[in-house]
Design a protein around this ligand. Sequence first.
Ligand SMILES: NC(=O)c1ccc[n+]([C@@H]2O[C@H](COP(=O)([O-])OP(=O)(O)OC[C@H]3O[C@@H](n4cnc5c(N)ncnc54)[C@H](OP(=O)(O)O)[C@@H]3O)[C@@H](O)[C@H]2O)c1
Length: 275
Amino acid sequence: MKALSSTLGKAAGLLALVVAVIAAVLSYFEDPDPIKSISMSEDMKVLEENFRQQNRSCFILGASGETGRLLLQEMLERNLFSKITLIGRRPLTFEGKAYGNLVQEVVDFEKLDDYAAAFQGHDVGYCCLGTTRAKAGAEGFIRVDHDYVLKSAELAKAGGCAQFHLESSRGADKNSNFLYLKVKGQVEADIEALAFDRFAIYRPGVLLVDRQESRPSEWLARKFFSVLSPVCPSMSISIQEVAKAMVSNTLLQPNHKTEILENKDISNLGKGAGK
Ligand SMILES: NC(=O)c1ccc[n+]([C@@H]2O[C@H](COP(=O)([O-])OP(=O)(O)OC[C@H]3O[C@@H](n4cnc5c(N)ncnc54)[C@H](OP(=O)(O)O)[C@@H]3O)[C@@H](O)[C@H]2O)c1
């Protein structure tokens, strides 16, 4: 009996320790300085109508990806742009009338200067481009997530684009010791230096998505964070919310030329984006 209660005591102690460690880790990863909640008091419908009347055009990089696909869908549903151009490495096939007016530019990202024309004449640029170290190796990851993204932003700026909206990542920091966060932070800083009239950086946590492609570590993280998301909403987010937030934020007036939307900000905006 004594042995049983001692074992139970040890188990309870161990459980308490695990809970304490998880709580400590989570509080460490909490947004250090959550940006003030974005006011949703504006009437989205009115903002959408005003925006529509401006006949703006945009381009999307990464529209074949998980977030980019939903971003495109959201834009089409809300009918905000008079012209949408998809810039990617391969042509995409869409079914349905809604996709009829899309323009597609297929480019070689290794020779982007040869495709400068594809980046000309857009008002707003959206970037959901990215790969992983596991897929492309460290150099390949830097090439895509930094070099391709920065070069695209440069060409867009030179082509008259006023706004750039970048899907980056939670924890992006050019001084980080982690390659992923460092590259994300570096590309943010380099694009900021281009001085767009408006530069919006979205820093989502783990993306909650049923990805077709197999990414075991991301799958594990997703399972873990989808269980935790009700108690710790700043760690993960659905791609639907990210896409909605990117579109809704475009309609709002920023307080600064460069805005950083942390996971909670994206979630507030993504959840509040009514149609
Ligand atoms: N996964 C997460 O939990 C997480 C969390 C925070 C932030 N993010 C970031 O959010 C962004 C979007 O993520 P996602 O999961 O929605 O993206 P995704 O599904 O992996 O799609 C990536 C896009 O980038 C394109 N791409 C990849 N490698 C390329 C290459 N070598 N040349 C040209 N295009 C290339 C893909 O084109 P193809 O279809 O032709 O391959 C696709 O359109 C990424 O920057 C990612 O780092 C991800």
